[in-house]
Design a protein around this ligand. Structure first.
Ligand SMILES: [Zn+2]
Length: 356
């Protein structure tokens, strides 16, 4: 049986490379570190994904390591990490420039094996011919100024997807803190600048990513945006009550808008006990897929691994392990068109509708 390529809602591979390997050479060699390089992507049938540019907090904070929910001896995780302060614009801009250069360097050196995609046709062509399709995505809008001049410039450079926030405030919106168990309804909605940013993204055809956004901000975007609603890497709050996951009402709104949610593979966002633990079965990912399919319909469910940014189930390990997840989905009854939709078809449809 032929299996469809996976297109994935979120990875932090560029940050990992930027921090450790400014030449990005290691992207082209099969490694043991992290989760994605080109050989492991090809081995696992990873056809591409959203390559996030995430700017870390300037000082080591609790959030950076260990990952929240990790190493807890209690049966159920319990944590509440306060939001870090907003980033300085110049710091964020500088960091984003470095990571963007890393992404462009990968495309330069790939000899056609990897490409930054800017249109739905380019994305579909890459999936058809096995070129790794990379979407330039910002996880947090800290490198964008209030006048939105940078947005226009970054669009010209290839930006096609933007999260208004990571779990941190920006001048546009407020993120959810890492906490368990907790509701995503924490903090205020979009600022006036945030509302202008939504309109500007709609005009340019930049996809807005609602993962990490708090619930009031989510509802503001739902009201203002004329594009399908998307959460690139979030699971089901009813299964695992972290604010990073989506409530039933949010899942319903995404489905009604024609949008999509990508199930996050981070074990601490999968498990009902909230613990980040590699000893987590792939059935937990399938459980979130099942719930979403039941609630939203097959057209609105996708994958958003968080590779290179989170604690993966040990059976998956990295991108090369994706066939095991496909097998788990097949065993659960997802085959044919249904499997293709979850694997990449829903992403392609939503991006075709959103991009100009
Ligand atoms: Zn994230």
């Amino acid at each position: 049986m032929s299996t469809p390529l996976i297109f994935d809602g979120h990875n932090d591979t560029i940050l990992r490379l930027f921090r450790n390997d400014s030449t990005a050479d290691s992207f082209f060699q099969e490694g043991e570190v992290g989760h994605i390089d080109l050989p492991r992507a090809q081995a696992g049938g990873l056809g591409g994904g959203f390559f996030a540019l995430f700017v870390p907090n300037p000082r080591k904070s609790e959030i950076d390591s260990p990952f929240p929910g990790a190493g807890m001896s209690d049966a159920v995780a319990r944590y509440e990490i306060p939001l870090p302060p907003a980033l300085e614009y110049s710091y964020a801009l500088n960091y984003v420039m470095g990571m963007m250069a890393t992404l462009f360097r990968i495309e330069d050196r790939a000899n056609g094996a990897a490409k930054i995609v800017r249109t739905a046709d380019e994305l579909a062509a890459c999936l058809a011919n096995g070129t790794l399709a990379m979407i330039l995505h910002f996880e947090g809008a800290e490198a964008i100024d209030e006048d939105l001049n940078a947005l226009r410039v970054f669009y010209a450079a290839g930006l096609r997807s933007l999260g208004l926030v990571w779990s941190r405030p920006t001048i546009f919106a407020h993120g959810v803190p890492f906490a368990f168990p907790a509701t995503p309804d924490i903090g205020p909605g979009l600022t006036d600048a945030g509302k202008r940013l939504v309109a500007a993204c709609n005009d340019l055809g930049i996809m807005l990513d609602l993962s990490h956004l708090n619930e009031k901000g989510f509802w503001d975007v739902a009201e203002l945006s004329d594009a399908p609603l998307v959460a690139t890497h979030s699971g089901v709050h009813a299964i695992c009550p972290t604010p990073r996951n989506l409530t039933d009402a949010q899942l319903d709104a995404i489905a009604q808008s024609g949008g999509v949610a990508g199930v996050n593979f981070h074990t601490g966002f999968l498990r009902a006990d909230g613990r980040a633990d590699q000893e987590t079965s792939l059935a937990e990912i399938v459980h979130h897929v099942d719930y979403m399919v039941e609630r939203m319909g097959i057209d609105h469910v996708a994958l958003g691994s968080d590779f290179d940014g989170a604690t993966m189930p040990q059976d998956l390990k990295d991108a090369a392990g994706l066939p095991k997840l496909v097998e788990a989905l097949q065993d659960r009854g997802y085959t044919g068109d249904d499997l293709t939709k979850i694997a990449h078809g829903n992403w392609v449809r939503v991006l075709r509708q959103t991009w100009k």
